[in-house]
Ligand binder design. Sequence first.
Ligand code: CDP
Length: 221
Amino acid sequence: MRKIRVAIDGPAGAGKSTAARMLAERVDYKYIDTGAMYRALTLLALDHDVKWDDEIALVELFEKHTIEQSGAITLIDGIDVSTKIRTNKVSRAVSIVCRHAKVRERMVGLQRQLARTGGIVMDGRDIGTVVIPDAELKIFLVATLESRAKRRMKDLENMGKPLPFDEVLANIKHRDKLDSTRAIAPLRKADDAIVIDNSELPIEEEIDMLVALVREREHWE
Ligand code: CDP
């Protein structure tokens, strides 16, 4: 048996991070949230007054600071920013910040390093297509727009930062558009990814399914 690499991609609010976290726990793998890494750089840009479209300055920020990511915890220069990166302000800016080729190049380099060891579940938009195209298991998670917006609303409520449904829906729609139409590494299903629509699927069943897929592939030669 060998520890494999699992790539989970899909649009905003499809439940990637919940699935990735729970799966990683069940199979005793490490979970890496790549969206959190782009969010961390976005937070740095907001804090340092760097414009979202200033590619060179964003790369400089990335090089000056250290971003660390593992599961629910994201650090910038050793400081925990896990909650700060989830605000709506960051959510609005992140899809612009992550559009730049040079920003993505740096971030993908860091993500590949984190995935090298195997025994990881990594979630994002381009994991199966760009970051680890040779991942042993690729999942493309989808759900209806409505159920994605409802989930995101619940997350924000739990964080004590509730927003009206319409606003959450608009943010998700906006990010869907930006993520799937951008020139570099757009959100796209890898040809060999397994599509799971979890709009009506209880989370326990979804995780059981994913665990079974991991176990099967761990025994592949
Ligand atoms: O809010 P949600 O969990 O869906 O998004 P996220 O995973 O935190 O990622 C935030 C944003 O980062 C996304 O809207 C994408 O624009 C971008 N992203 C990306 O471009 N590539 C990745 N591998 C992960 C996230």
